[in-house]
Ligand binder design. Structure first.
Ligand SMILES: Cc1ncc(COP(=O)(O)O)c(C=O)c1O
Length: 389
C-alpha cells in the first residue's frame, strides 16, 4: 500500500518544543523532589477574580452560540486602541486594531498577508520558536540575525542591514524578548524602522510582554511616525498580562493596506476571535491597572530571587534575565544544551527548554521561564542546576 504523503513544509518544521520537554518528566523518578517546570511562558498565578467572573458569564452567554465579527468587538478594539495610545502616546483608532485568537495566530496571519512562498523573514536569534515554525510551515524562510550575549542580546541594525537579501520581506522584533527577556531600547527599534523603510520591507513588533515594563517606560516611538501604517505591524497578547492564555485572545495593529487583505485571512483562519472573553477583557483594560502592577512586582521579585540564588553558582552563567525568562549558559563541562536539558529533567526534576529550539548557534544555552512558578520552587533551582555538574 502506498501511504498518502504529508506536506514537505510541515515535515521540515521542527517538533513542538514544549511537549518535547514535558515528555522528559515521565522519566523522572522524583529523587530530587517535586518537578519544577520552567518550560512555558505563563504567569503561575490565576486571573483576577472579577475578570474570572466575567469570563464565566461570557462562557454562558448566548453570544457564544453565534459567530462574531471577523476582527472582534468594536468595544474591545476601541479599548485596546485607547490603551495603546496611553502607553505609546499614539493616535491608534479602533479601525487599526484586529482582535485575533491569540498573538501566535496574529503572527501567522500577518505572514500570510505580507509574504509569498520562498520569501525570507528576519528573526533575531535566539528566536521565538513558534515564529520560526510558523514561517517554515508556510514555505517561508527564517533569516537568522545573530544576537550576542555581550550586547545583552539586543539586535544590531547594521548587522541586520548586511544580511538582508532581495528575498527578505520583513524583520520581526520581540521586546521584551522571548527567550532572553531583553528590552530593546527605543533608539534601536527606531533604527530598525528606518532600515525597513529604506529597504521597503515590513517591521513587525511583537509586544506580548509590554505590560511587564514599568508604566513610565515608552517602549518605542514608532506610532509617532505619520506613515507607520505603511510599514509597521504591532502584535499584542492578552494571555500574559491578564492571565487568560487558555482563552486565546490577542491583537494585530496595522494600517488599511494590510487590513483590507487581512480581512480575507481573518475570515478564513479564525472566522472570529473567541467571543465569550471579549466583554470581560474590554472591562479589564484600565480596570485592572493596580492588579497588573502588583503582578509586575511579583514577577520582579521572582527575577530577583532567581538571580540571587542561581547567580551564586560557579559553573552556570546568567547571560540574560528579564520579564519572564532567564537565558542561561550551561557549564563548560556539559556536553551540549539538549543533553543538559534532558538530564536536568530526567535526573533533577527541573524542566527547561534547550537553546537549539531558539535557533542556530544556541547549543550552550537553556531558557528557564521562572515566571511560571512561585518563590519556593525558584529557591529549589540552584540545587537542581548544581546537581548537573
Ligand atoms: C513573543 C510571544 N508572542 C506570542 C506568544 C503567544 O501569545 P498568544 O497566547 O496570545 O498566542 C508568546 C507566548 O509565549 C510569546 O512569547
Amino acid at each position: 500500500m502506498t501511504l498518502p504523503s504529508l506536506s514537505a513544509r510541515i515535515r521540515a518544521t521542527f517538533a513542538a518544543p514544549i511537549p518535547t520537554a514535558k515528555a522528559w518528566i515521565n522519566r523522572y523518578d522524583g529523587r530530587a523532589g517535586p518537578v519544577v517546570d520552567l518550560t512555558q511562558a505563563v504567569p503561575g498565578y490565576p486571573t483576577h477574580p472579577d475578570l474570572a467572573q466575567r469570563l464565566a458569564e461570557g462562557a454562558e452567554s448566548p453570544i457564544q452560540a453565534r459567530y462574531g465579527t471577523i476582527d472582534g468587538d468594536e468595544a474591545l478594539r476601541s479599548a485596546l486602541a485607547g490603551d495603546i495610545n496611553r502607553v505609546y502616546g499614539a493616535d491608534i483608532a479602533a479601525g487599526d486594531v484586529a482582535i485575533t485568537a491569540g498573538a501566535n495566530l496574529a503572527f501567522t496571519m500577518a505572514m500570510t498577508v505580507l509574504c509569498s512562498v520562498g520569501d525570507q523573514v528576519m528573526l533575531p536569534v535566539p528566536w521565538y520558536f513558534n515564529n520560526a515554525m510558523a514561517l517554515t510551515m508556510q514555505g517561508l524562510e527564517p533569516l537568522a540575525l545573530p544576537c550576542l550575549a555581550e550586547d545583552g542580546f539586543i539586535p544590531d541594525p547594521d548587522r541586520a542591514a548586511a544580511l538582508l537579501t532581495e528575498r527578505t520581506r520583513a524583520i520581526v522584533l520581540i521586546s521584551p524578548n522571548n527567550p532572553t527577556g531583553a528590552v530593546y531600547p527605543p533608539e534601536i527599534i527606531a533604527r530598525f524602522a528606518k532600515l525597513c523603510r529604506e529597504r521597503g520591507i515590513w517591521l513587525i513588533v511583537d509586544e506580548s510582554y509590554r505590560d511587564f515594563l514599568s508604566p513610565e517606560i515608552v517602549p518605542h516611538h514608532l506610532f509617532q511616525d505619520p506613515d507607520w501604517r505603511d510599514g509597521v505591524l504591532h502584535l499584542y497578547s492578552f494571555s500574559k498580562a491578564y492571565c487568560v492564555a487558555g482563552h486565546r485572545v490577542g491583537a494585530m495593529v496595522c494600517g488599511p493596506r494590510v487590513r483590507s487583505e487581512l480581512n480575507k485571512v481573518l475570515d478564513t483562519m479564525q472566522i472570529c476571535p473567541p467571543r465569550g472573553p471579549l466583554p470581560g477583557l474590554t472591562w479589564a483594560i484600565g480596570a485592572l491597572d493596580e492588579w497588573k502592577s502588583g503582578n509586575r512586582a511579583i514577577i520582579a521579585e521572582r527575577a530577583r530571587v532567581f538571580r540571587e540564588g542561581v547567580g551564586q553558582l560557579q559553573d552556570w552563567k546568567i547571560d540574560a534575565l528579564g520579564t519572564y525568562f532567564a537565558y542561561m549558559r550551561i557549564p563548560d563541562s556539559a556536553k551540549d544544551a539538549m543533553m543538559a536539558a534532558e538530564t536536568l529533567a530526567t535526573e533533577c526534576g527541573l524542566v527547561s527548554l534547550p537553546g537549539p529550539f531558539f535557533g542556530p548557534g544556541q547549543d550552550r544555552h537553556l531558557r528557564l521561564a521562572f515566571a511560571n512558578v512561585g518563590l519556593e520552587a525558584i529557591a529549589e533551582v540552584p540545587a537542581r542546576l548544581r546537581a548537573l555538574t
